[in-house]
Design a protein. Structure first.
Lengths: 73, 157
């Protein structure tokens, strides 16, 4: 029932096949545009945080291994 | 080219780390003269038993606290496999293989060599702490690989 009402909502009675196609096309276009817009306002704060966390991990392990080497000299 | 401010930050950070690490390797190799334990010194693997110093393997006293330890590896043994070293000794290891690739690791120290037939590995180490040190093969060399071990005993003088 839900699917049926959704179809009626999107494509009211009396809308031709061509019009339906046009509506779908418009809808996809809007979605695409909004998607691109979201990407454009990308927030890289999280990425930066994890890049630095990974960097810190690499530096800490490197220092750890090097100090182990020095300790065993 | 447009670049996000954060992208610039992590690119500078990443390239900076790369430069620091490459400088560390460069200083170690070209200024301090460090080189891989196996560095171009060759031997005929079929004539190891006749080639000095491996014709008489074992510990040699060079004078003072300096020693030389010559060890031959083969499937699946180190020759010799019981070594006594006085505490405080500075030991130069010379290790070679008669057959396949073996590992030579003195557990708990920096001595960790990949022993390839045809090449002589050389590495210097100091043994200050008395005790037993296990030598292990850490390169798979065949069916008896897990049995291949030896022992260094560092004794108080």
């Amino acid at each position: 029932m839900k699917v049926k009402s959704l179809i009626y909502h999107l494509f009211p009675k009396g809308v031709s096949l061509m019009q339906k196609a046009e509506i779908l096309k418009q809808k996809t276009k809007i979605e695409d545009q909004s998607h691109v817009k979201i990407e454009d306002q990308s927030n890289l704060k999280g990425t930066l945080t994890f890049v630095f966390l990974l960097g810190a991990f690499i530096i800490v392990t490197w220092i750890g291994v090097y100090s182990l080497f020095l300790e065993r000299l | 080219m447009h670049m996000h401010k954060f992208e610039k930050i992590w690119l500078i950070f990443g390239i900076g780390i790369l430069l620091v690490f490459l400088t560390a390797v460069g200083v170690h190799a070209f200024y301090q003269g460090y080189q891989p334990p196996s560095c171009l010194v060759t031997i005929d693997p079929e004539k190891v038993d006749q080639t000095p110093p491996f014709d008489n393997p074992g510990l040699k006293h060079l004078g003072g606290n300096k020693y030389e330890l010559n060890i031959v590896t083969s499937a699946f043994a180190f020759t010799p496999n019981q070594i006594k070293i006085p505490a405080g000794a500075e030991v130069v290891f010379n290790v070679t293989s008669k057959d396949v690739v073996h590992g030579f690791e003195v557990v708990g120290t920096n001595v960790n060599l990949m022993v390839e037939p045809g090449f002589i590995n050389t590495y210097k180490a100091k043994f200050d702490k008395p005790g037993e040190y296990l030598i292990l093969c850490n390169e798979y060399c065949g069916a008896g690989h897990h049995m291949m071990n030896a022992k260094i005993e560092v004794v108080e003088q």
